[in-house]
Design a protein around this ligand. Structure first.
Ligand code: PLP
Length: 389
């Protein structure tokens, strides 16, 4: 029998062994203690800076004091507080849908939706760059899964034509792709779905709070209100708390509450988390300046790095991928960033395709101008070394 140590050795030999960093966000926005060292944080999903917002923290403290540390049960038993119901009402209003339901994590929300809404007589059409939780949801659903080329509407149409025999066809896509920072071609996807009688599900993990004038996500960004049946999003990224939601019609949500196993068989999120999410959902549409700032900084970084000769993907979102090619180039750049106090990891295959090893930067609305300049300076210094390869 192979031991765990031998398995770990294999991982190490393949360069796939990973270790945890201990990270503590600091009150001084933009900074974190990483393994005991103060670093400029350029890889957090805390896009709007809300995870350290005093109002979220205060709401959480008050809820914990009033209602306790844990929720004590699943939603259908003893774990359904007024806070859960209020958050769901507010989420539905925010997403401009009839209803919404909260899940403990985005991972669970995707597993819940895909396993409940697609079964063995159905087919799921999934973008090849979709998040791992969608891939796992497809596997667990027992539906046929057909992968279409990334953001490729012609390939999606071809695959819709080839799958007419299935009872139900569900197209699922990330709204914002986490590794490339690009936005799904949702208007085209919705048109195809309408033409071929398919259902659309969008995962707005990285778009909630970030895209659209009010931060409602990709549907608002593209003006597609009422045309995307299933909208998933997280409360753990820009929202600054924890958990996730699915928003849609009253009957969709009611069906999920009745049938989704990750909803039924898991203890609900605790009051403190619900209270901070609730506060954030009020702040997000009200404080548009956070989104202006975020997109301004992202675009500036995109322009500056491009003009230094780097190949940069993304930029329309706070996710920027600086493509280096081979893993060693990405590692060299990551080392230089770290030595200069910037935390932004190298991403290599198999997480991303061969020859697209990269540095993945994420911007926060709370980054200061001089912090952005510092990043640009390091890339400027490194540009000649990278060109020599
Ligand atoms: C982060 C993420 C998830 C999972 O959300 P969690 O709340 O972290 O479990 C799902 N989908 C996408 C696209 C994500 O980026």
């Amino acid at each position: 029998m192979v031991t765990w140590d031998q398995e770990l050795q294999h991982l190490k030999e393949k360069g796939l062994y990973r270790q945890l960093n201990s990270v503590e966000m600091m009150e001084d926005q933009g900074y974190a203690m990483v393994n005991g060292q103060k670093m400029l944080m350029f890889s957090s999903n805390n896009y709007l800076g809300l995870a350290r917002d005093k109002r979220l923290i205060q709401a959480s403290i008050e809820a914990v004091q009033r209602l306790g540390a844990g929720s004590t049960g699943s939603r259908l038993t003893t774990g359904n507080s007024l806070l859960h119901e209020e958050l769901e009402k507010k989420l539905a209003k925010f997403k401009q849908t009839e209803a919404a339901v909260v899940f403990n994590t985005g991972y669970m929300a995707n597993i819940a939706a895909l396993t409940t809404l697609a079964g063995k007589d159905d087919v799921i059409l999934s973008d090849e760059m979709n998040h791992a939780s969608i891939i796992d949801g497809c596997r667990l659903s027992r539906a046929q899964t057909t992968i279409y080329r990334h953001a490729d509407l012609r390939d999606l149409e071809l695959k819709l034509q080839q799958t007419a025999r299935y009872q139900k066809r569900l197209i699922v896509t990330d709204g914002v792709f986490s590794m490339d920072g690009d936005i799904a071609p949702l208007p085209g996807i919705v048109e195809l779905a309408e033409r071929y009688n398919a259902v659309v599900m969008v995962d707005d993990a990285h778009a909630t709070g970030v895209l659209g004038k009010n931060g409602r996500g990709t549907v608002e960004h593209f003006g597609l209100k009422g045309r995307v049946e299933i909208q998933m999003g997280t409360l753990s990224k820009a929202v600054g708390a924890e958990g996730a939601y699915i928003a849609g019609s009253r009957s969709l949500i009611d069906y999920l509450v009745n049938q989704a196993r990750p909803f039924i068989f898991s203890t609900s999120l605790p009051p403190g988390v619900m209270a901070s999410a609730l506060t954030a959902i009020e702040i997000i549409p009200a404080e548009r300046e956070r989104r202006f700032r975020l997109s301004g900084l992202s675009q500036r970084l995109y322009k500056e790095l491009t003009s230094l000769g780097y190949t940069v993907w993304g930029g329309e979102t706070p996710i920027l991928a600086i493509i280096c090619g081979e893993p060693k180039e990405a590692l060299m750049l990551a080392d230089a960033l770290r030595e200069n106090g910037i935390f932004a990891p190298a991403i290599r295959p198999p997480t991303v395709p061969d020859r697209t090893s990269r540095i993945r930067l994420t911007v926060m609305a709370t980054h200061q101008d001089d912090q952005i300049h510092h990043v640009i300076d390091v890339f400027k210094k490194m540009a000649p070394a990278l060109k020599r390869g």
